[in-house]
Design a protein around this ligand. Structure first.
Ligand code: ATP
Ligand code: MG
Length: 211
């Protein structure tokens, strides 16, 4: 049995066509079904539906053989035990620093001020500001980062942006780009060795579908 871990929403929606190109079609729609394990047209392939941030964990420990996770999620996880053979070029977005329109970020950085930064992406933010030599107090949040500068919780946020509409709706501006992001195919390193005959054709089909 090959188990593939996916999260509901954009990752599932954008992975489904790639799975289809690899000859795999789910028997249920995760948006409609409450099932967390979805059978597919192939008796030897099943999908498990988990939180986006839990995908690398399922694959790391071998509870799933493969998975699809955003680079943002993989950077926070650390990637231990994972082989990352393929950029699927889906769920594209970018990691940025954003601040209220009235906050002079560049001046604060130039003056060596200690910035309060709220984010779900603590590792990414820590590395980004350390590389720039900017002192920050990081405040870990689990959602709605945009609210933090509006309530005085933080001076700035580190968050994902695709269209920029959410930032705009909350009077925030992108003040610095950190990195472009997309979702990656991840594979359990041990599974790749032990189940190579079954996994290798899937990797090749994904690679063809991504090109
Ligand atoms: P949750 O919404 O359940 O808290 P999440 O935000 O990690 O978890 P999704 O919103 O489904 O889950 O995002 C999954 C992945 O899609 C992210 O890890 C990221 O790589 C990418 N992503 C997130 N937001 C956007 C966006 N606005 N546009 C494009 N891709 C995005
Ligand atoms: Mg989300």
């Amino acid at each position: 049995m090959i188990t593939i871990a996916l999260s509901k929403g954009r990752i599932y929606d954008e992975t489904a066509p790639l799975l289809k190109a690899a000859g795999i079609v789910a028997r249920d729609d995760p948006e409609k079904s409450r099932k967390l394990i979805l059978r597919t047209n192939r008796a030897d392939v099943r999908l498990v539906i988990v939180r986006a941030t839990d995908v690398p964990t399922y694959v790391q420990y071998g509870a799933a053989d493969l998975g699809v996770a955003g680079k943002d999620v993989l950077d926070e996880h650390g990637g231990q035990g994972l082989y990352q053979p393929l950029d699927l070029k889906i769920a594209r977005c970018r990691m940025v620093v954003a601040a209220p329109a009235g906050f002079d970020y560049r001046r604060a950085v130039r003056q060596g001020a200690r910035l309060k930064v709220a984010t779900k992406y603590v590792q990414t933010a820590r590395e980004h500001f350390a590389a720039k030599g900017v002192h920050v107090d990081l405040i870990k949040l689990y959602g709605s980062m945009e609210l933090a500068p509006l309530t005085g919780l933080a001076d700035a946020i580190v968050d994902l942006v695709s269209t920029g509409r959410t930032l705009e709706a909350n009077d925030l501006k992108e003040v610095e780009a950190i990195a472009p992001l997309s979702a990656r195919l991840i594979v359990n390193q041990t599974a790749l060795k032990l189940k190579r005959a079954a996994i290798q054709p899937l990797l090749e089909a994904f690679a063809r579908a991504t090109r």
